[in-house]
Design a protein around this ligand. Sequence first.
Ligand code: SAM
Length: 383
Amino acid sequence: MTPAARIASAIEILDRVLAGHPAEQSLLRWSRASRFAGSGDRAAVRDLVFEALRRRNSLAALGGGCDGRRLMIGMLRDGDTDPDTVFTGMGHAPAALSDAERHQGVDSPPVIDLPEWILPFWRESLGEEADRIAALMGQRAPVWLRVNGRKSSVEQALAALADDGVEAKADDRLEGALQVTSGERRIARSGAYLEGLVELQDLSPQMACAALPLKSGDRVLDYCAGGGGKALALACRQGGLKIDAHDADPGRMQDIPARAARAGVSIRLTDRVAGKYQLVVADVPCSGSGTWRRSPDAKWRLDEKNLDNLTATQSQILDSCSKFVAPAGHLAYMTCSLLDEENDRQIAAFLSRNDRFSLISRQLWTPVTASDGFFLALLQRNP
Ligand SMILES: C[S@@+](CC[C@H](N)C(=O)[O-])C[C@H]1O[C@@H](n2cnc3c(N)ncnc32)[C@H](O)[C@@H]1O
């Protein structure tokens, strides 16, 4: 496909996403209908769509409106390319610009790439860093790997990745965290990944998992286990744990057995939680506002009602899973959100209705201090 034909495809997909369809599903639908597109074309079109969604407001301002066509016009202007050179109407290129399109948006002032309604929440949560973090959320997210210390040293993992064309570098902030610098699309087929030497996990949740108290013999409950990212990180960090994974939707845990086998660890899936645990992890459903670089369409789909529903679910989960914490045991509440409503406020409300727990520590990682936005509150049940 020519660069102009890729832009024409991105326009078609963006119009579908802007009409309310999820981005991944819209990309898949386009891929299936576009057998002529090679893997390079698919990756390039995906990048265009995601970039446009991450910076939807800025590009709409530069392009003169918020539809696929004008977002792409805005993106070309942002990259100092004259849209007339791409919107030619020739071959598979998008139709030529109208006079109105040629003039709209050209001198637009900078805007913030967040939905208007969320700005007060965002600013209150992030204070002086709010605008900087919003701008970072408009950029592409780096890919991070976690070295599985049960199977590999950092040096062995780096060498094995390099053998398969994946370059990565270690990071001072956390031993075993690798930032991928090139070849990210080769990871899933690399020997290092298939043999469980490394697992995909962002730096911020890796840092949160590294901060949890663990000792051999502990019973650990991952109460909202989903695909098992946190349970796996804990099992790889400390031997001798008895880890149970639970989820309200057990189907979401279907990948855990294969991931655990690859990592060489044992995680038991359970739909009936019983007894007490030294550590309960509640990685609750949330707005995902800390990961909007990776799933930028979610940023525009969230509304105040969804946020209210999420905070209600989070407080119910805290109440339910806290019952499984052993005396003197810990409860780790996690979100991949940057919003106070889902983080400190949720914890303050839990502590106000539950005097058996005390707050030991809390931390919010952001793209300024780590990578994705991620929150951890570590609570301890009184002995
Ligand atoms: C943020 S995701 C978990 C991600 C996962 N821990 C990981 O690292 O891959 C939240 C999970 O909570 C589950 N969930 C939602 N409501 C729940 C509830 N009331 N009790 C337990 N799990 C729930 C969802 O099905 C979803 O899989």
